[in-house]
Design a protein around this ligand. Structure first.
Ligand code: 6GU
Length: 233
């Protein structure tokens, strides 16, 4: 899997690339590459953005700059590129990322391309003509798409073989198909008792069928409770 990120701030990804699971992913043959559109543009003074037509605050990323960047990276008209590759505009109003969307992206064998917006965002023609998707990590506004791109990279890479320590870690986890979309069951480790707080007996029993049943039931309870846990728990 190859994840390409087009960003005006590639240096933000230096820290991300050094994290253990990202390094593991690289060793397993997966790649995160960053490209700076500024390096590909021939506009005056390498300008990448401009003021919005019609007036208003902020700056908008230029469609000609994004075209040059995509052509520079893929040696292809970006209008054609998006017919065979997921090219995703990161924008607060996009399709909200969830586990199913992450699975979809992790299954893209050719790889995916993430375009980071900055300032007021993209000239709409970038989204209309060069992108297959728009993606948001939640209904709030960040200063730019870089953190969202790292969230996407993290969520996708950990689904791929060779990234996590344990082969099953990404299968039976929160919101997965294996748990019918429910959150994960609670985990415990040593000590078996702390301040009188005991680990549930069933987990110490060694009866795998009972443990599976108990975990599935707790997972379902958490699913039913929904987001109440966040407020009241
Ligand atoms: Cl993808 N970009 C920005 N700028 N803000 C966001 C976002 C993306 N997702 C949530 N908020």
């Amino acid at each position: 899997m190859e994840i390409d990120v087009l960003t005006l701030f590639p240096e933000w990804f230096g820290w991300f690339d050094e994290q253990r699971h990202v390094r593991n992913a690289a060793e397993a043959g997966h790649r995160v590459r960053t490209f700076n559109p500024r390096d590909y543009t021939t506009t005056t003074a390498r300008q990448v953005d401009d003021t919005p037509y019609g007036g208003g605050a902020g700056m908008v990323l230029r469609v000609d700059v994004m075209e040059q960047a995509l052509r520079g990276v893929y040696a292809e008209d970006p209008v054609d590129l998006r017919t065979h590759r997921r090219v995703i505009a990161l924008t607060p109003g996009g399709r909200v990322l969830d586990d199913a969307y992450v699975d979809e992206l992790a299954a893209e064998e050719e790889g995916i391309t993430l375009l980071c917006g900055r300032y007021e965002g993209f000239d709409e023609r970038i989204v209309q003509h060069f992108c297959s998707d728009t993606l948001s990590i939640g209904r709030y506004v960040l200063a730019g798409g870089e953190l969202a791109a790292m969230v996407v990279c993290d969520a996708v890479l950990r689904k791929l073989p060779g990234t996590l320590g344990h082969a099953d870690s990404a299968v039976e986890e929160s919101f997965s198909v294996a748990l019918d979309g429910d959150p994960e069951y609670p985990h415990y480790t040593r000590p078996a008792e702390h301040r009188g707080w005991k680990v549930p007996d069933v987990l110490l029993s060694g009866h795998h069928a009972e443990i599976d049943g108990w975990r599935r039931a707790r997972s379902r309870e958490r699913g039913d409770a929904g987001s109440r846990l966040g407020r009241d728990g």
